[in-house]
Design a protein around this ligand. Structure first.
Ligand code: 3HC
Length: 284
């Protein structure tokens, strides 16, 4: 199947980035948001990132305009009827995601369509079981910022058809130009199973007064050649997303390293979500 008609559910940090990647790859993209305000914010996010790509010499003005021309925003999920690939990138709430998959199952008419989730750590099988076509559901997990990071985790549940896994893997590599890796449907898949305990450890270190945030970050940048330190990275990923991923990994594995630090919970309660809210551990 040649995938041309795509959709993304949600245009937050990840949804906007994924929609941008799809549009830049020449695909027709519908972005579904919950209201016009959220759609406008998503559009602005994509415009800003495309402007940055032009500024950095990664894209010319014509390609930018063509990419924007391939994007359409809607609040009506019914408009996704003819889509061949839908990537869900709503907030990390299992009930919300399950109900989105149940709705998609009703509205997407093509029996060959693929329904994917960009969840950072939640079980793909639960979303698959919210549909009547679990063999056509899988995880397609991008990394932030999606237009820049080359990796995509392909996550097969115990019911995902091999043919679906293979065609999405080929699509990600050949059409999107990303590097796919195969992950099992286990908490955190590959990357977040390693990353989330690391970010939680760094926050615990800060919470315990072990070192300043600047020194923790400088340690991993200067000592291990990471592009950014863990405290800054947590702010960039979004402290809410870090918390929900940690909760979901901890709930299933009981791994103490993934136990959400109290400071992280308090910051999320206080609306300090990192870059996206203007303030997290750092100010933006
Ligand atoms: N579009 C296209 N390309 C862009 C771009 C854009 N909007 N913005 C930047 N770039 C390109 C630049 O041209 C540059 O390319 P080059 O290396 O070929 O010159 C490259 O991206 C880096 O950009 P900059 O040098 O300008 O560096 P910045 O400071 O702007 O951005 C960063 C840095 C890419 C965010 C880098 O610090 C980084 O990689 N940080 C780590 C990010 C990370 O770990 N992400 C994973 C998070 S985990 C996750 O997402 C999973 C989730 O489930 C939790």
């Amino acid at each position: 199947m040649s995938i041309q008609r795509t959709a993304v559910i949600g245009s937050g940090l990840m949804g906007a980035g994924i929609a941008e990647v799809l549009a830049k790859s020449g695909l027709d993209v519908i972005v579904r948001e919950i209201n016009d305000e959220a759609s406008a914010a998503g559009r602005a996010r994509i415009e800003k990132s495309l402007a940055r790509a032009v500024e950095k010499g990664k894209l010319d003005a014509q390609a930018r305009d063509e990419a924007m021309g391939r994007l359409r925003f809607t609040t009506d999920i019914g408009e996704l009827a003819d889509r061949q690939l839908v990537i869900e990138a709503a907030s990390e709430n299992e009930d919300i995601k399950k109900s989105i998959f149940a709705e998609l199952d009703k509205v997407v008419t093509d029996p060959d369509a693929i329904l994917a989730s960009n969840t950072s750590s939640m079980p793909i099988i639960r979303f698959a079981q919210s549909t009547s076509r679990p063999e056509r559901v899988l995880g397609v997990h991008f990394f932030n910022p999606a237009p820049v990071q080359p990796l995509v985790e392909i996550v097969s549940s115990v019911l995902t058809a091999d043919s679906v896994r293979d065609s999405v893997t080929e699509f990600v590599a050949e059409v999107l130009g990303k590097n796919p890796i195969q992950a099992q449907d286990r908490p955190g898949f590959i990357v977040n199973a390693l990353l989330i305990p690391y970010l939680c450890s760094a926050i615990r270190m800060l919470e315990a007064g072990f070192a300043t945030k600047e020194d923790i970050d400088a340690g991993m940048v200067g000592g291990c050649a990471h592009p950014m330190g863990p405290i800054k990275l947590a702010d960039m990923v979004g402290l809410d997303t870090c918390l929900y991923a940690a909760e979901s990994i901890y709930r299933e594995t009981g791994d103490p390293a993934a136990k959400p630090p109290v400071l992280l919970s308090r910051m999320v309660d206080g609306g300090l979500l990192g870059v996206k809210s203007g303030r997290g551990f750092y100010e933006y």
